[in-house]
Design a binder for this molecule. Structure first.
Ligand code: PLP
Length: 472
């Protein structure tokens, strides 16, 4: 018999606790392998419209030539991690200070991603949570700057990124921006001019790193300028982080206070990464408290700037950072640059105006207006696209054309190299691009005509070329 502890009354309602017995499953439980296998078949059964479009995009990527310098092609292992049940997990904060239960597995994934990122870049600190390259930049800016503080960065029309302070973007509206430029004669960064501007403008942050620069960036020189004026230095190496991890381009990790990158450009899942080198634990003043710089970055990531991390994305980043450490990846970075050099030489030989005369990284910029009177970046991009060659128009420094037309074309070699193309194929590509641009009839800055039979002929050749180099 049970008695109420407080009143002494006899309780007859419940004499014996009854627990529900959980019956074993009637429906067979799937192992993780069975659950994830055949994901695309499931999609086909559930939503044939999206399935068809996904399939079409695969065919497009396989059968046309991918030469956009900002694109890359991740591995199937990365895709598998992205499309896994890890996507279902929600948490906030960082390992060791999470706000939800059930994090034991995702904690391991995030720690793995962090340790591999640190190894791949020789960094002392890595933050794998930024949702994108833009978020990574915005987190750093939010962490160290106050409203109205000054940033010195490369102008957007010179190859700077919108997130570096373009008036249309958030940073451009919150901070005071001064731009530096490349030299009008050589299109190279002018470090003496950058130094003079820094001395005059006294920025709190200097940003280096670009979307369209084919030469080596001297990060040590940038750091010397930053130190001279007492500024922080952020190196946004989105385009060249793969080359940096492989030692094909000098590393900014110990020169800059912060190194940021998108993770899809070097060939991983979409997302961002913040790295820190020797300054990672520099003291940072918050009110009357002093915390290390890396902690300031974490507290700004969450709750300062983002919400929950994309944990499936972090799993995929972990896979990618392991790939980065492989010999195959490192060798490929060397080949990417070799291929870009061959491509640039071929274009120069054919009379194209290649900015700076060539390249030392994965991309080249061509002034198409100087090659063929009346041609614009827009008509070059469109006519090449008609023939299965995918490039992007790009505004050039001091470009007389506006951003939607441009005089430039940007070409990159990460994807064609990934699929195994080498120097002989680069020569074929230059020849096919040249044939199209020689043949296109200019109607206006935006319009052109291309003979349909010629277009089909080039498309078929591109198709055959690509079929010899299947997507890896
Ligand atoms: C691509 C790029 C970014 C933006 O990365 P997202 O992940 O697309 O936001 C930022 N900075 C530079 C220099 C870039 O090239």
């Amino acid at each position: 018999m049970l008695v109420d502890k407080h009143t002494g009354e006899t309780l007859s309602r419940v004499e014996k606790p009854v627990y529900e017995v959980i019956e074993p499953a009637v429906q067979k439980m799937l192992s993780s392998e069975q659950y994830h296998r055949g994901l695309l078949n499931t999609l086909e059964n559930v939503d044939s419209d999206v399935y068809r479009l996904v399939t079409q995009e695969y065919d497009r990527q396989q059968n046309t030539l991918q030469l956009i310098a900002a694109e890359n092609q991740c591995s199937r292992a990365v895709l598998a991690a992205l499309g896994s049940v890890v996507q279902n997990k929600t948490t906030e904060g960082f390992v060791g200070s999470r706000f939800h239960g059930g994090c034991e597995v995702v904690d391991c994934l995030e720690m793995l991603a962090i340790s591999r990122a640190k190894e791949a870049f020789g960094a002392k600190y890595a933050n794998v949570q930024p949702h994108s390259g833009t978020s990574a930049n915005q987190i750093v800016l939010t962490a160290i700057l106050d409203k109205g503080d000054r940033i010195l960065s490369l102008a957007m029309d010179q190859g700077g990124h919108v997130s570096h302070g373009a008036p249309v973007a958030l940073a451009g509206r919150i901070y005071e921006i001064e731009s530096y430029r490349v030299r009008p004669d050589s299109f190279l960064l002018d470090y003496e001019d950058i130094r003079e501007r820094a001395l005059r403008f006294r920025p709190k942050l200097i940003i280096c790193g670009t979307t369209a620069y084919s030469r080596i960036i001297d990060f040590a020189r940038f750091r010397a300028i930053a130190d001279e004026v007492g500024a922080y230095l952020m190196a946004d190496v989105s385009h060249i982080s793969g080359l940096i991890s492989a030692g094909v381009h000098p590393s900014p990790v110990d020169c800059a206070h912060f190194t940021t990158t998108s993770t899809y450009k070097p060939g991983g899942p979409r997302g961002g990464l913040i790295l820190m080198g020797r300054d990672f634990d520099q003291p940072f003043q918050v009110g009357n408290k002093t915390i290390p710089l890396w902690e300031r970055i974490e507290k700004t990531t969450f709750p300062g700037f983002q919400g929950t991390p994309y944990l499936n994305n972090i799993a995929a980043k972990a896979v990618f950072f392991k790939e980065m450490l492989s010999t195959e990846y490192k060798d490929r970075q060397v080949k990417i640059v070799e291929n870009a050099k061959v491509l640039a030489e071929e274009f120069v030989r054919r009379g194209y105006d290649i900015l700076t005369g060539g390249t030392e990284n994965h991309l080249l910029l061509a002034n198409v207006a100087n090659f063929h009177r009346g041609l614009t970046g827009l008509t070059a991009q469109k006519s090449l696209e008609d023939c299965g060659i995918i490039v992007n128009m790009n505004r050039l420094p001091y470009d007389p054309q506006n951003a939607r037309i441009t005089s430039g074309m940007r070409i990159g070699t990460p994807i064609v190299t990934r699929n195994g193309m080498r120097a002989p194929e680069m020569r074929i590509i230059a020849q096919l691009v040249d044939r199209v641009l020689m043949r296109v009839e200019i109607v206006s800055d935006r319009e052109y005509r291309l003979d349909p039979a010629f277009r089909e002929e080039i498309r078929e050749q591109i198709h055959s070329l690509c079929s010899r180099f299947p997507m890896q």
